[in-house]
Every structure is written in C-alpha cells, then in structure tokens.
Design a protein around this ligand. Structure first.
Ligand SMILES: Cc1ncc(COP(=O)(O)O)c(C=O)c1O
Length: 455
C-alpha cells in the first residue's frame, strides 16, 4: 500500500449556488499550508481546533438541506459493526452499507438532490448525464421519481446489462463513442442544443452536497468515530462526506482509497495540482477516471487527511471476504476501504473506523472469477495437472485416490492432443475441492507413489 501526502497548494476560486459568496482562504491541519487566494474577506469558520473554509460550510449547509429532501425517498443505509474485520485489523470496524442503497450505490443521493433543486427547469427540458455505470442508474432513477425525462449517454462499449438497467429506470439511452470522454462530449452537445440540465457525476457542489448526507447519517449512527475510509473516483463522495463530518466531528480523520491502477488523486495531491493519469483497468472500475474534478480537488485538499492506493489482489480479496464472512455483495470500488485494511493500513490502532461500502453493482462473471480466485487462494479449490497412460482404467485409478482423500471433483479436462504430452499418454487437469489445504499435498504424494506424474 502506498501513502500520499499533500504539498503546498494554491487554491482557485470556485462557484457554488451563489458563486460570489464563496472561495475563501482556508487553513487546515498543520500538514497543509494555508492557501493564498485573491478574495479580500476571508470568512473562515472556526471549528474545534482548526478552521474550515466558507466553501466547506456551504457544502455542509446544502447537505443538511439535502438530508431533508432525500428523507423517505432514498434509504438511510445501515451502519453495521463487523466483528471479523475488527479482529482482523485490530480496530473497531463499522461498514456504511451504500451497496444496499436504491440502485445499488450512493449515486442516487447526489443525482436526486441536484435534479430536485432545479426541478422546474428539469421538468421543462429534461436532464442529461454521461456515464457507463452507477451514475447513469442514479440519475435515471432519480429522474423517474421526480417525473423528469432523462437522457443518458453511454459509451458504445458499455456492457448490455448496464444499458438495460439504465433503460429499466426509464431513461433514454444514447450510445456514443468508445470511451467515457467521447460520451461526455456528446452529452454536452445535447445539453447545448436542448438546454437540458446536466448532472455531473462528481464536480458539482449540489451533487457533492447530496453525497454528503452519508456524513450526517454516520454521525447519527455512531457517537464516536475516529476515521472514515472512502473510495475516491472523481472525488465527489469523499468531498461531501468530509465536508459534513469535519463540521460535525472536528477530530475525525478522512482517508481516501484509490486502486493503484488509477491513482489520480494520490498523484495530484503529491504534486499540488490536478494531474491526469493514464489509468489501467481495475476491478474497481467505478473509480477509474483520468483525473479528479476542480471543485473536488479543492475540497479534498481541505478535508482529506490521507490517501492510500491498493492493489488488485487486495481488492479481489476484500470482495471475497465481504461476501464470505459478512454475506455482503460489493463491487470493486465498494471494497476499496476494506482492501486498505487488508494491506495493513491502521493495523492494530484500536480506533473506531468506518468503511464506506459505496456500491454493490458487480456483474456475475466478475464475481464468479473473484470467488474462484478466493477459493483457490484459501486452498478450498485446487487444480492438479497429471499425466496418465492413455489406456482403460488409468483415469479411474487416479480418481479413486481423489475419492480416498474426500476431494470433490468440480471439473476435469482430458487432453491427449497436446504436443507436450508423450505419445500414448494424456494430460488430465482436475479442478477439485479439498476438505483441507494440507490434503492437497498428501494427495499429490499419493498420486506420485502410484506412478502418476503430477505436473
Ligand atoms: C460504487 C462507487 N464508489 C465510489 C465512487 C467514487 O465516487 P466519486 O467519483 O464521487 O469519487 C463511485 C463513482 O462512480 C462509485 O460508483
């Protein structure tokens, strides 16, 4: 796991609902240097032992409003204590289960609040978004609840099940381009023409305020919280949660997690400016973006105390463990906070840690692969390749040994055509469940004793 620290930064001016009232100098924890801005009247808010900028205060205020707006329309998701992960990490670990949110992720919060605030315009001209994932479903569902027409532009490469899910929520889907950037530009063209309301996935302060309602819920659900660990894509989720919790619980640490394959915030934070990275595909596909937003970058620099990156194996392991131990189905992005603990972050700190499990929309083929890999690494599913003489009874002899060791055969492939197998022999690949890991070694020895070569 890699950790990234912030360098000195210079803030830019950002507009919120009333842009003239915003963007002021702010100070933060000692590791952040105060930022020089061109605004003449710094109206920073004193909060506990440090100050928060007006911007954060503004997000907080709108997020509190969003909490009322969303009440009864989206789920107040549970905060579950996990005995297993607490023991494993040496902390008290709680999970904020946004995978149980309507549409399977937190995205409905920001989308609903954004559309609700512009309802008259949205009803007249509709809303537009570009996304191939959770944001598409969040906007489509929010629009349908509010009686608004939604157009979602998705890359042509979007898996059919995601297109169908978005259509299923009543949206018109336009397939355009091969990557997100092309779909995004098309969405802006549609907005230009139709004057529809554009719902940005993260770099919009109303959307951020909607995501911030999770912070209010966490503060209500747990009295004493030391650290909240949040996945970072474009940065809207962590900005909202951070802005709210830094006001409500000034001592809380906000920690971001990214896949090592797409470390856009980590790199930008280190360099002190927004940097585009060339992402590599990740299991946490929902957070694979080239860069964070301008607004989110400013907010994150103020509210995020630390950011770490995790590798693909840890993400896969976290998905597997959440399913196996907690019976919770999550997608890669939702598993990032647990992946950070698995890589040893905050090990044995004895703190109250909240993991934001941000979404559960994982497709079954990915889940299947992750589960198989998890079972294999636990030694519960194994593969042996053996070489047999190609004559009647040889396979039966081998299978009898598997039977004696109570191994359950899942799959078997008999290959006599391979150029690597001598003439008159066959290579057999056997996938099986062993009752215990040590049995695999005993089985291997027994096969070899019976003159069956194990590759
Ligand atoms: C499941 C899930 N988790 C986390 C994120 C990251 O959110 P943000 O882009 O606001 O940082 C996303 C973004 O789409 C998501 O779908």
């Amino acid at each position: 796991m890699k950790r990234f620290r912030s360098r000195e930064k210079r803030s830019r001016k950002i507009g919120f609902l009333n842009s003239s009232s915003l963007a002021h100098p702010f100070h933060h924890f000692q590791k952040f240097i105060s930022l020089g801005l061109s605004i003449s009247s710094p109206r920073a808010f004193c909060c506990g032992d440090y100050t928060l900028s007006r911007l954060i205060d503004e997000v907080f205020t709108y997020s509190r409003d969003a909490l009322h707006v969303l009440s009864g329309r989206v789920h107040r998701t549970p905060l579950d204590f996990s005995r297993t992960f607490s023991r494993l990490s040496g902390n008290s670990v709680y999970m904020k289960l946004e995978n149980m949110q309507k549409t399977g992720s937190f995205k409905i919060r920001g989308a609903f609040y954004k559309i609700w605030r512009h309802l008259d315009d949205a009803k007249r001209r509709g809303v537009v978004a570009a996304s191939s994932g959770n944001h598409a479903q969040g906007v489509a569902y929010a629009a349908s609840l509010l009686g608004v027409e939604a157009t979602i532009v998705m890359p042509e490469t979007t898996p059919v099940f995601k297109v169908n899910a978005t259509r299923g929520y009543g949206a018109r889907v336009v397939l355009h381009g091969s990557v997100y950037d092309e779909a995004y530009r098309k969405a802006l063209d549609i907005v230009e023409e139709s004057k529809a309301l554009f719902v940005h996935p993260f770099d919009d302060l109303e959307v951020i305020a909607g995501q911030g309602t999770i912070g209010f819920e966490i503060a209500e659900q747990i009295q004493s919280v030391d650290t909240v660990i949040v996945p970072v894509g474009g940065g809207g989720l962590i900005s909202g949660i951070g802005a709210v919790l830094k006001r409500l619980r000034p001592g809380v640490r906000i920690v971001g997690v990214e896949p090592r394959n797409a470390p856009k915030y980590s790199v930008s934070r280190q360099r002190g400016r927004i940097v585009e990275v060339e992402p590599i595909p990740s299991l946490a596909d929902a957070v694979v973006t080239k860069c964070v937003g301008e607004k989110t970058f400013e907010i994150m620099n103020e509210v995020v105390d630390d950011v770490v990156t995790v590798d693909e194996d840890s993400i896969a392991r976290a998905i597997y463990l959440l399913m196996e131990r907690s019976k919770i189905v999550v997608e890669g992005a939702g598993a990032l906070p647990l992946a950070a603990l698995l890589e040893g972050y905050m090990h044995n700190s004895g703190k109250n840690v909240v993991l934001v499990v941000s979404g559960g929309n994982i497709d079954l083929t990915t889940l299947y692969r992750v589960v198989l890999r998890g079972l294999a690494s636990d030694g519960r599913v194994s593969i042996l390749r053996i070489v047999l003489r190609d004559s009647p009874g040889e396979l039966l002899k081998a299978l009898n040994i598997f039977y004696r060791y109570r191994c359950n055969i899942i799959d078997i492939r008999h290959d006599r055509y391979s150029l690597y197998t001598p003439v008159g022999y066959a290579t057999v690949e056997i996938v099986f469940e062993a009752p215990e890991q040590r049995v695999v070694e005993e089985l291997r020895k027994e096969l070899e004793k019976s003159s069956i070569k194990v590759l």
